[in-house]
Design a binder for this molecule. Structure first.
Ligand SMILES: [Zn+2]
Length: 105
């Protein structure tokens, strides 16, 4: 995605979801990934569609609620942070970062 296109999709998405807690899985764009961080330090990346297909989560689920539905390998399910990244540049680095749920330490 070139820089102008990235700016446009980022601004559009922000305008649609001024409160990131209202974003649902079906709202995500194919270029967006979900990152779940645990207070233990582990980070898991879920690419587009994986949470529905592999983890059988409903598409209308709030991304925010992943903090209650997922569990880290360490056994923790409290305090998980949830972030959406997207609009990667030519180098593959995301230029969009949306904190949906804060990591609690
Ligand atoms: Zn953990």
């Amino acid at each position: 995605m070139n820089a102008d296109e990235a700016k446009r999709v980022i601004a559009d998405f922000r305008a649609r979801f001024p409160d990131p807690r209202t974003i649902r899985l079906y709202d995500l764009r194919p270029d967006q990934d979900v990152f779940v961080r645990c207070p233990c330090g582990r980070v898991v990346q879920y690419q587009y569609g994986v949470l529905q297909k592999k983890h059988r989560l409903p598409s209308d689920m709030l991304v925010y609620d992943l903090r209650y539905r997922l569990r880290c390998e360490c056994g923790k399910w409290r305090g998980l942070g949830v972030e959406i990244t997207g609009a990667a540049n030519a180098g593959g680095n995301p230029t969009e970062r949306i904190e949906v749920a804060p990591l609690e330490k």
